[in-house]
Design a protein around this ligand. Sequence first.
Ligand code: CAO
Length: 469
Amino acid sequence: MAKKKSKKAKPKRTKAAASKKSKKRAMKASALPALSKLPYGKAGKALDGVRILDLSHVQAGPTCTQMLAWFGADVIKVERPGIGDITRGQLRDVPNADSLYFTMLNHNKRSITLDTKHPKGKEVLDRLVKICDVLVENFGPGVLDRMGYTWEHIHKLNPRMIVASIKGFGPGPYEDCKVYENVAQCAGGAASTTGFREGPPLVTGAQIGDSGNGLHLSIGIITALYQRMRTGRGQRVNIAMQDGVLNLCRVKLRDQQRLKHGPLTEYRQFGESIPFGKAVPRSGNDSGGGQPGWILKCKGWEEDPDAYIYFITQAPVWEAICDVIGKPEWKTHPDYAKPPARLPRLKQIFDTIEQWTMTKTKFEAMEILNKYNIPCGPILSMKDLAEEPSLRKTGTVVEVDHPTRGKYLSVGNPIKLSDSISEVKRSPLLGEHTEEILGKVLGYNAKEIAEIKQSGATSAPETTRAAAA
Ligand code: CAO
């Protein structure tokens, strides 16, 4: 029997309790500023006011700081006098101009040249540490400490500083190793699972070790900046390239564990009755998810290496697929009608679909398949992408002008914020902003700037300059 509700009177809200509650509400509300009345895209940039001390080089660090710069952070890139970031001179296509390798990774930044091992250079770097919010570096293991910029030293100068680092490996047997992109792909599980079963491990064109970890690092930095709003203090953000690549290969670690319970039925080798070994094999062009897919030849494949399409036999549109490729009988045939029945015969199914795709160009096939919501994608070459008008329109591919190399194409910010619109500004020349940063940012007067310059802390000896040319 239900208990009779007690008729206890509700406790009366005292004046004190009410005022406590309204205070709490007011505090909560005041955590956010009043709604901006400015139109979207006109209220400044997301990271306006954030200053980044960028000691990064090559690709992994610079992709991170470029992303932060696109979001409005003031990125001050510190470079070795006379040489600068090594990529300025690597893979050069235009004599005496910064390479595309450098320009495409260092947009929207300012450059100061500084010998960080020179006593006067250290004095300037100390000042930079004091006024910046984030220090980003991807030197080899131990380099920053050897320079004298240990976490303790940095934190003493500026307890609010976030110190963000990329290294090849985390603590463990390889922590002292230097690492480049492809090493990270190999150590993080990507190479072992990429390519065809019968071939060697393969590295991918997507720079998941460098640019992928630049993204990981930027997420870490923005998160640390957010936490600093509550704690007031900085923290370290560490990314190991091996970890970042493994994170992107998460589905392969999933498959490694599934192997214990039987063969991976969505892999072609299952249908070909080839036994699985102890580790996840290379899966060629098999889909990494639950909907089987493969790359198929299209009309013109004999001459054009990119005349292919990725075709996914998504279960809900199977009947449409059967009609399009001229196999309506597969809709009811017990060997093809249901997804589990199709798994052992994926090769034969895709070979049959390919007979159809070979009669169409990749774009014709796309148009037909899209009408039926059949997931597919043409293999687009870099030429296709560079010339694609819709990518130009969205700013994903942009043309940038540069004083020494002229016009070139770059990839703009792929993350589109509706209230913080990215503009792509050319990369800085080596040391272009040295005086500006010494004077306007660090507050040195003209006499002090002259002394710094005379000390050799911002310029390279003739021999270094000649070697870099
Ligand atoms: N003034 C004076 N010296 C400077 C300087 C400056 N402004 N900037 C850098 N240097 C010096 C450093 O002090 C260091 O000297 P020491 O070795 O004498 O201490 C040296 O230049 C840089 O060392 P490094 O190990 O970082 O550079 P490297 O070319 O030998 O190696 C790389 C490059 C990428 C393998 C290594 O930096 C690394 O493993 N980084 C971490 C992982 C990473 O980010 N890899 C991806 C790179 S992108 O493909």
